[in-house]
Design a protein around this ligand. Structure first.
Ligand code: 0WD
Ligand code: CA
Length: 421
């Protein structure tokens, strides 16, 4: 079982408004002029005339070992729900409430896999559609705050994306197995980032074996043991697990000079009378294999905590409740992990990840994308591509299948009327 380590350290403030120092000690700049073609990828368009279009971005960790960049405390600006048929609602109807587990639980995560499980069709690519629906439904609210700030993009933010895409960027300097593809489109001054499934991840998805399929269910089943639908209710482990259902928070924040608007799925919220306002009341639920040996503990710190930290730190979710399971899918213990204490937990681990590297890489990547993508056009996609041990490269696509801003969104944002979506 994981312990939280020595408590002698003062917990670091999660959202430090550190200024980045200008006396950068690095000898190399992460952005190189050497253009490397996007091997095996889609058609590579000829580089455009400007020098910026010939750049690549290095993911070498050492380049990002700088001061922690300014990351503003994320503010929830709204939320939305997806129902059992994946229909969008501009409200919080799918929110669930955290119910403390017993000290010695015996949650059987295999229960219901065969007969009470409705799995979302992950072959359907929703791209940014749900977030875009939310933006259209809340356009006037967003735009009125822009008018007050009189900033340039129509929406008042520089980047719109899913939290999950940002998590991938944060973990990139430490990722050795899975690459990614991110499509970028500039529209009315705002850059939209939407993931494209790589061929390798498509193959993993379609060839996923039965054991792996069942283990993916375990995470959702664990949520069912700890979540109630009503504020005064109890969890119902006899119910159906339907992964179409989701409650998503929409937060706004700033990473250095990038104003971000992103959405992330939230498992549940604290229902106590003293619960803080969102997103601080949210609780992320996770399962992990039981930790029995020092090697397992070290691997948990070095690999799993990196992903857990990145995912929850971004939207300002302060804690994770982790369920530790045996190989038969029985949860025999739970533990609360505070995001702000994770940096202490990993301090004594050799060859470990660093939060500052994650945040600086993400920040540099966003700067890189904003330098490269200059044409404000919903029909143009710059496809950023990364494979482990390589630099980030990109290719340009016009009127291609990579286009991801739907006509209803482009029209809805261009017209002054409120869209029905
Ligand atoms: O199809 C895709 N590749 C994507 C789907 C990419 C990005 C987002 N999405 C959808 C998800 O279906 C979900 O509704 O967006 C929503 C979540 O976005 P997010 O919060 O930005 O994604 P992430 O942080 O990666 O995942 C959060 C949770 C997961 O929790 P765990 O504890 O397993 O990290 O969202 C769920 C899952 O519970 N989730 C999904 N549920 C169904 N299908 C999926 C998925 N493909 N991906 C994440
Ligand atoms: Ca979760």
């Amino acid at each position: 079982m994981d312990k939280h380590g020595p408590k002698v350290h003062r917990p670091p403030s999660s959202y430090q408004n550190h200024k980045r120092t200008s006396n950068d000690t690095l000898s190399a700049n992460p952005v190189h002029k050497s253009f490397r073609p996007n091997q095996g990828g889609p058609t590579l368009c000829p580089p455009e005339s400007s020098a910026s279009s010939r750049q690549t971005l290095s993911t070498m960790r050492q380049l990002y070992e700088k001061d922690f960049p300014v990351y503003k405390q994320p503010v929830e600006v709204g939320s939305f729900s997806l129902d059992s048929e994946r229909r969008f609602f501009n409200d919080a109807r799918q929110i669930r409430y955290y119910v403390e587990p017993p000290p010695r639980p015996k949650f059987d995560l295999r229960d219901g896999y065969k007969d009470r499980f409705v799995k979302r069709d992950d072959g359907v690519k929703e791209k940014l559609d749900h977030i875009l629906r939310w933006i259209l439904a809340n356009k006037s609210k967003l735009q009125s705050s822009v008018a007050a700030a009189s900033s340039s993009p129509a929406l008042g933010v520089d980047i719109v994306t899913w939290r999950g895409h940002l998590t991938k960027l944060l973990t990139t300097p430490y990722e050795t197995r899975e690459g990614w593809l991110l499509a970028a489109t500039l529209f009315r001054g705002t850059l939209y980032l939407s993931e494209v499934e790589t061929e390798a991840s498509r193959l993993d998805r379609v060839n996923c074996n039965e054991r792996h399929q069942e283990m993916m269910y375990w995470g959702y089943k664990f949520e069912q043991y700890l979540c109630a639908d009503d504020i005064k209710g109890s969890p119902n482990p006899g119910g159906v697990v339907n992964t179409n259902e989701a409650f998503c928070t929409v937060v706004q924040t700033k990473l250095a000079d990038h104003k971000l608007l992103f959405s992330g799925e939230v498992d549940c919220r604290d229902r106590g009378p003293k619960a803080p306002a969102a997103p601080a009341c949210y609780v992320e639920l996770k399962t992990s294999a039981e930790i029995c040996t020092p090697k397992q503990r070290s691997n948990f710190h070095r690999f799993k905590l990196l992903k857990w930290w990145a995912q929850s730190f971004l939207p300002g979710v302060p804690r994770i409740v982790a369920g530790f399971r045996d190989p038969d899918g029985l949860v025999i213990g739970t533990e609360t992990i505070h995001i702000s204490k994770i940096s202490h937990l990993i301090k004594n681990e050799s060859n470990c990840w660093k939060p500052t590297v994650c945040m600086n890489f993400c920040c540099e990547f966003l700067s890189f994308v904003r330098t490269v993508v200059r044409e404000d056009n919903p029909r143009v996609v710059h496809l950023f591509s990364w494979d482990p041990h390589q630099d980030v490269t990109y290719s340009v696509h016009r009127d291609s299948t990579y286009c991801f801003l739907p006509p209803w969104y482009v029209e809805g944002m261009t017209s002054s009327s409120t869209s029905p979506h």
